[in-house]
Write a protein that binds this ligand. Structure first.
Ligand SMILES: NC(=O)c1ccc[n+]([C@@H]2O[C@H](COP(=O)([O-])OP(=O)(O)OC[C@H]3O[C@@H](n4cnc5c(N)ncnc54)[C@H](OP(=O)(O)O)[C@@H]3O)[C@@H](O)[C@H]2O)c1
Length: 251
C-alpha cells in the first residue's frame, strides 16, 4: 500500500532500462519503495539496472517483457500481480525512431507506432484490470509533449504518443472512482539515451526532474503532469497557432 505521501511500496516498471523510469525508482526507493519489478527486453543493461536498485536496498526482480508482443502481456504481467499487490505501474517503454528514415520505411514507422501506442494499450489494459481487482494503485504513463500537437519533425512518434495519451486519459476516466489512479506524464526534451546526439529544445530537462514531478503527482493524485511545468502554458498557446504558421516554426 502507499503511505500518506502516495509513495508506493511496490513498483512495476515496463521498460526496465528507461533512464527516466530508473531515476523515478531511485527517488521512490529513497522514500519508501521496497520491491521493484523491472520488466523489459532481456539484456545486460536490464540486469545492471536491477543490481543497482538492489544496492539501494530494494528487492528487485527482472522479467522478460516485449511491448511488441501483446499476446504475451496478459500471462507475463498476470504472473507479477499474482506475486502480490503492485502499488504503482510505470509505463516507460518507448522509441523515438528516425523520422526521416521511417518516412521511407513504413514497416519501421509501424514499429514506432506499435511500440509507443498499441504495446501500451495491451499492457495498460492488463495492468488496469489487475489494479482494479486490488482496489488501489497508480498507473503512471510516460506520454510526451509531442502528443499535444503533431510536428513535421517527428509526427510518427508524436502521433503514436497522441494515441497513447488519449488512451490513458480515457482509461483514467474509466477507472475514476475505483480507487485506481491514472496519471499521464508529458515531459518535453529529457536528456537520456533516447535523445542523445539530438539538438536540445528549449526547456530541456533531466530524468531526475521528471522523477521529482512524478513523485509530486503521486502525492497530489494528479491526472496530468507536465515536465517542466511551464510546458503546460507553452503548449496551451502552441495548440492554437494556425497551421500555416505552426509549419514554419523551428520545432
Ligand atoms: N527522453 C525524452 O526526451 C522523452 C520525452 C518525453 C517522453 N519520453 C518517454 O519516456 C519514456 C522513457 O524514455 P527514456 O527517455 O527513459 O528513454 P530510454 O532510456 O531510451 O528508455 C526507453 C525504454 O523503452 C524500452 N523499449 C523500447 N522498445 C521496447 C520494446 N519493444 N519492449 C520493451 N521495452 C522497450 C527500452 O528497452 P531496451 O533497453 O530493451 O531498449 C528502454 O527501457 C519513453 O516512453 C519516451 O517516449 C522521453
Amino acid at each position: 500500500m502507499k503511505d500518506a505521501f502516495g509513495t508506493p511500496q511496490s513498483l512495476l516498471i515496463l521498460g526496465g532500462t528507461s533512464e527516466i523510469a530508473l531515476a523515478t525508482a531511485r527517488r521512490l526507493i529513497a522514500r519508501r519503495t521496497r520491491t521493484v519489478w523491472l520488466a523489459g527486453r532481456p539484456s545486460p543493461d536490464l540486469e545492471r539496472a536491477a543490481a543497482h536498485l538492489r544496492g539501494l536496498g530494494a528487492e528487485t526482480h527482472t522479467v522478460a517483457f516485449d511491448a511488441l508482443a501483446p499476446d504475451s502481456h496478459e500471462t507475463i504481467l498476470g504472473k507479477i500481480f499474482a506475486e502480490g499487490d503492485i502499488d504503482m505501474v510505470l509505463v516507460a517503454f518507448g522509441m523515438l525512431g528516425d523520422q526521416a528514415h521511417d518516412e521511407r520505411d513504413p514497416v519501421a514507422a509501424v514499429r514506432v507506432a506499435q511500440t509507443n501506442y498499441t504495446g501500451a494499450v495491451s499492457a495498460g489494459l492488463v495492468c488496469a484490470r489487475a489494479l482494479q481487482a486490488q482496489g488501489h494503485g497508480s498507473l503512471v504513463v510516460l506520454s510526451s509533449v509531442a502528443a499535444e500537437r503533431a510536428r513535421r519533425s517527428n509526427f510518427i512518434y508524436g502521433s503514436a504518443k497522441a494515441g497513447l495519451d488519449a488512451f490513458t486519459q480515457g482509461l483514467g476516466d474509466a477507472l475514476h472512482g475505483t480507487g485506481v489512479h491514472v496519471m499521464v506524464v508529458r515531459p518535453g526534451f529529457v536528456r537520456t539515451s533516447m535523445t542523445a546526439g539530438r539538438p536540445e529544445t528549449s526547456l530541456a530537462t533531466t530524468p531526475e526532474a521528471v522523477a521529482t514531478a512524478i513523485e509530486l503527482g503521486l502525492r497530489r493524485r494528479s491526472e496530468t503532469v507536465w515536465v517542466p511545468g511551464a510546458l503546460r502554458l507553452v503548449m496551451a498557446a502552441l495548440r492554437h497557432v494556425p497551421r500555416p504558421l505552426f509549419r514554419r516554426l523551428p520545432l
